[in-house]
Write a protein that binds this ligand. Sequence first.
Ligand SMILES: [Zn+2]
Ligand SMILES: [Zn+2]
Length: 373
Amino acid sequence: MRIDLNNWSPSEIVRDLPTPVGIKAWGKYDESLQNSQMAIGATARRRRRPRAGAGGGVDQDRRAGVCASDLHYAYEWSLEIMPHLAAWELPVTLGHENGGWIEGGDPSWEKGTPVVVNCLWHCGNCYFCRTGETNYCEVAGPRGMSGGLGRDGGMAEYMVAPARCVVPLSSIDPADAALFTDAGLTSYHAVKLVLPRLQPGTTAVVIGVGGLGHLAVEFLRELTGAKIIGVDRSEAALQLAADRGADLCLPSDDTTAGKIMEATNGRGATAVLEMVGIDATLKMAVQCLRQRGRVVMVGIGGGSYPLSYTSINAGASMISSVGGSMAEMAEVIVLAEAERLKPHTTKFALDEAPTVLKKLKKGKISGRAVLIP
Ligand SMILES: [Zn+2]
Ligand SMILES: [Zn+2]
């Protein structure tokens, strides 16, 4: 058989995707059920403990982090903003930031092994999976085939994940590691996208120092010699940024970009990690950018910036970023197990999930919330 990676049809590869949750029928998205279809606890399909040995996946007793995107999924997003929701298998249990212990499934995984699950599942066969960029998988990612992102996720007693998407832990507790699978991994990948440019003497800005942003500050501190500037509306978040190694913390308003220009002798920042994604913060990101600088768009706030030849500094770029690869997932765990990261988490009981989502909506969660059944 001739292999042409660029021309493989996703539908051929999909048959090989080992998700015990089942991929035989794509979920039909019913717009009128948009909000009520997002479950916390477990959907009808997964109320019971999964049986071992099913479909090559890994069943876990688990802990789930609560992400701002859960909020959007549960209450705000529509098919218009997120067309990929059409592929979601509804109803779906939320929770895409997961850690736990192996319960059964793939026999090569020993029961009781502590693990985390990459927030973006991958098929293992497509072009990007084969080149190692599994977070850009053309089959699983955009087709709503990750746990909590189209398939049942971790805000339940048990979840099922493909074995290839799981990374073992050796010293940290899954409850403390869950946030590394999205908040950690997504911010790590964003930093990796600007890493070669961040020589000592350059400046990196993190806009939005929440669950992802505070870890982005930590990765910049661990991996670069750049000056780090944290920007947020909240005083508590700026305190967190300072505590995690930001050299300068600035409240977010109309004057922030100007202050960043001043702090960089009028040159601007080489990298801006934009963790919010609304019109105002995207504009700020571009306004404080150096020539040849790069804005990494991570936040999914639904905003936009009118990009044109003259609306951005010479040679500068804006790039979107999603999740992180399996290799990057392992790298984040290595850093965490070496105790070089200090994630800021608050733990809640699984039953409290609806309240936690409401608190998150009001900006009342500091760092990352983790649900424990
Ligand atoms: Zn997320
Ligand atoms: Zn793939």
